[in-house]
Ligand binder design. Sequence first.
Ligand code: ADP
Ligand code: X2W
Length: 265
Amino acid sequence: MEKEKLYVIKIGGSLIDNEENLSKFLAVFAEIKSKKILVHGGGKLATEMAKNLNIPQELNNGRRITSKETLDIVTMVYAGKINKNIVVKLQNFHCNAMGFSGADGNLIKAEKREISDIDYGFVGDVEAKSINFQLLESLLDLNLVPVFSAITHDQKGQLFNTNADSIASVLAQALSQNYNVELLYCFDRNGVLENPEDSASVIKTLNIEKYEELKASQKLTEGILPKLKNAFLAKENQVAKVFLMNESNLQNHINQENDGTEIKI
Ligand SMILES: Nc1ncnc2c1ncn2[C@@H]1O[C@H](COP(=O)(O)OP(=O)(O)O)[C@@H](O)[C@H]1O
Ligand SMILES: CC(=O)N[C@@H](CCC(=O)OP(=O)(O)O)C(=O)O
């Protein structure tokens, strides 16, 4: 029997910061007929809030070093303000969205990132088995639309900050057991660019060899790196389709135009 189609769609800081574009995006998202899950970051707003409170921030390889004070900020910003703002907008578009952190319903259980050269503090790592698949499937069967923030927990009383690109990847991996999953990383570029200065230089299909070549020639920097790492992890773990694409092209993409960069292994 053919598996049912399901979209896991991730949005990040640039879209969340722009109220008008966010609303436009969510109006399109609300109209998607297939089952769907939304995952959001919001790193830019967390950095801004921390700055206002004089709490210095440090990121390493796209991951935020998360002190106790920073954990409080990201919990308020991601699981509070941003998550509820998205849910209320989707409800306005008659999409029955329900907002979650990973602690709610034990939906995403993480492990503290191991201390190596760097102690990331309250940062949690996730994998496909971290997902409470049964509960998630029950929510989808009720036609609810889960909206995940970048907050997880360890089921021992500790919340964690987890990269939203990683959450989207492991959700897509776990759901691929029973669904035909398409994972979309929506961001502010037209896809992975051969020349980061040229928005028309989109790489249509990206395989491991080309990815390594781009990395070696330093054409990939900062935020695109965790996105690509997680995109390849998804593809290696049975996710049917994985794309990186412009958030303003969601409608075209859903209409089978498949623009952006497709990840192939
Ligand atoms: N070769 C590249 N192609 C596309 N984006 C790139 C590339 N190299 C670096 N980037 C940067 O990566 C950014 C995406 O990462 P990020 O800002 O963390 O997104 P988000 O907040 O949506 O997760 C782009 O806005 C762009 O500035
Ligand atoms: C551990 C870690 O780095 N967590 C991320 C979670 C938010 C996120 O991923 O936001 P974007 O998708 O907007 O970048 C952070 O605090 O920045």
